[in-house]
Design a protein around this ligand. Structure first.
Ligand SMILES: [Zn+2]
Length: 446
């Protein structure tokens, strides 16, 4: 039986960093603090004395002057003795967390860093990290003595923008920041989880140890192949996620690498993430066998011009004729040369009305100067299906079909193409795919 690999679209790259090395600040650093970042926890609301309002009134303060009884700006409780003046600490250390919506600079400003310092530090960190710092990253700050305007200058900053990178920013004697990058060794290991679907697939995944993110990735991936609503009690799921552990003890879950499902009824699924031709695909390891099918001619007509160098009939200079021309009357049906998916169906400059098809092994065929188009982009077509009719649209002297075949991004002579493979993998790539699949299947569960 002729199995074939299903190529199920590109996968988004990248993942978010989880957690980070968060040092807790000394409790003293919080006293008198303006609203800080979300990383700072309240110490708990004070218990107001029964006659606190009277005490405060006697002291000449009102709640409105001093803040609320709970939250971050609190009125002093009865255990607090008001000092005539408090000594300024020479520096302050605290932890800020990068906000979800506004990035590092705004998070630094919220933590009390002067505006100019916050912008300069954020720019330096961005350059060192090669991109924005992910939301949720903890940032250890050391602020100096307040200046005339009350804002404290930034003295030092530490953060881990990625699991494999630490960045430290320090103010030099000349007032500028120096940046130090430190690479942290990271080992990536595949982690396998498996279990039985009972009441629901999502909760079964969570119970097996999948993070909410991994569970969602798994569901999205499986949904490329089957209707997730048909997953039944007793089916077994099997997934592999990349776990990255850094030398300093942090770890984060990377992308989903494999999504399998053994079903009591219905076909099993074994989708493995695979990079081919610079693109990420999900390929089904259970449908790897490939067969080569010959291309058919798109029209039954005389070839009026072959592939190769020729003088262009309209442009009048010598150039490569990238395809072959078939002389056929207007309205002659044009057939798909092989099974494929419609990449383009519409105008294409001098090619006039054009249909481009992508075939399973990456081969592309195109059909130009068409009078009418019978297919829409994104739809699947089968070999021999009529995709349009012969015309003379675009740079054309009369009704004909200009037919091209592209392999690896280059036009090739259609007469030299034996056929298209029904699967994207062959030879060494296929062997490498099978070996990785075998490795995943041999991983211990958990
Ligand atoms: Zn042509």
């Amino acid at each position: 039986m002729g199995h074939r690999i299903r190529t199920i679209g590109k996968q988004r790259r990248g993942w978010r960093l989880a957690g980070g090395a968060a040092a807790l600040l000394a409790a003293g650093a919080l006293v008198g603090a303006a609203p800080f970042s979300d990383a700072l926890a309240d110490d708990g609301a004070p218990v107001p004395g029964a006659d606190m309002a009277a005490e405060l009134a006697a002291a000449g303060v009102t709640s409105a002057d001093r803040g609320a009884l709970s939250g971050r700006r609190m009125v002093a409780g009865p255990a607090v003795t008001l000092l005539a003046s408090a000594p300024e600490r020479p520096f302050r250390e605290l932890v800020a967390r990068v906000g979800a919506s506004d990035g590092l600079a705004a998070s630094l400003r919220r933590a009390g860093v002067a505006r100019g310092d916050a912008a300069a530090a954020a720019a330096a960190v961005r350059a060192a990290a090669g991109g924005a710092v992910p939301a949720g990253t903890s940032v250890r700050l050391r602020l100096g003595k307040p200046g005339a305007n009350g804002a404290r200058p930034l003295e030092a900053l530490d953060l881990k923008p990625r699991v494999d990178l630490a960045v430290r920013l320090e103010r030099n004697a000349d007032g500028n920041f120096s940046v130090r990058r430190e690479a942290i060794g990271v080992t990536a290991t595949p982690q396998r989880l498996s279990g039985r679907v009972d009441d629901g697939l999502y909760w079964a995944l969570r119970a097996a140890g999948a993070s909410p993110r991994a569970a969602q990735d798994y569901l999205r991936t499986i949904a490329r192949a089957i209707d997730v609503g048909e997953v039944a009690r007793g089916d077994r799921f099997d997934l592999v996620i990349e776990r990255r552990a850094s030398a300093d003890g942090d770890s984060s879950l990377g992308p989903l690498l494999y999504a399998g499902l053994d079903r009591a009824q219905g076909a099993d699924v074994a989708l493995m993430r695979w990079n081919s031709g610079g693109e990420e695909h999900w390929l089904d390891a259970l449908r790897l066998d490939s067969e080569t099918r010959a291309l058919i001619w798109p029209v039954a007509a005389r070839i009026s011009s072959g592939f190769g160098m020729r003088r262009h009939p309209i442009l009048r200079y010598k150039r490569l004729h990238r395809g072959i021309d078939f002389a056929a009357p207007r309205g002659t049906p044009i057939q798909a040369a092989a099974d494929g998916v419609v990449l383009h169906a519409g105008r294409a400059g001098g090619y006039g009305n054009q249909v481009r098809l992508r075939h399973a092994d990456g081969t592309i065929t195109s059909y130009s100067h068409m009078a009418s188009l019978h297919v829409a982009p994104g739809t699947a077509v089968t070999q021999g299906q009529v995709i349009g009719t012969v015309g003379s649209t675009g740079l054309s002297t009369g009704p004909h079909l200009h037919y091209e075949v592209h392999r690896n991004g280059r036009a090739v002579d259609p007469r030299a193409v034996e056929g298209v493979a029904s699967a994207p993998l062959a030879g060494e790539a296929l062997a490498a795919f099978k070996s990785r699949y075998a490795r995943y299947q041999a991983l211990p569960i958990g």
